[in-house]
Design a protein around this ligand. Sequence first.
Ligand SMILES: [Zn+2]
Length: 172
Amino acid sequence: MENTKLDFAHKVISGLQKEIETYTKNGAGPFVAAIYDEDNNLIVKTCNSVLNDKCSHSHAEMNAIKEAEKHYNTYDLSPYNLSLYVTAEPCIMCLGGIMWSGIKNVYYGVPSDKVEEITGFDEGFKPNWHDEFKKRGITVYGNIATEEGEQALRDYVLNGNTVYKPTRDTNI
Ligand SMILES: [Zn+2]
């Protein structure tokens, strides 16, 4: 059962990673998320839209949650047993968003330390988040399709796209 779920997650996440370039060409990305229901039907697919929206919280996961809540017309997605798939590990803000949404399963691609190393994005401090999610009944599977995901992030940087974050007087 678990292998079937992970095979599906691999298929979904590598598919999302292949689409990153299309999004970044339009000023979006480089992160893409999708939410599926328990029968593996796609409910929403969204990309990060911080630059186009001029909104610091328009991350792919936050956009996906917002659209799914609109789709089901509720602030609590828990009755629908939904799974979130995302091309990279959620940042500190998105972890909060996922926790409050009622999403039941999280599958992600590239881990945050790799995202930070490749791009310079700040993913935030997230001590023991897998354990904290488990305590709340949310399952987490990470490091799925990492090679493809890392390449997409390298391409994002190589193509001179913006690594958006607030201006700070520190190196983070
Ligand atoms: Zn985020």
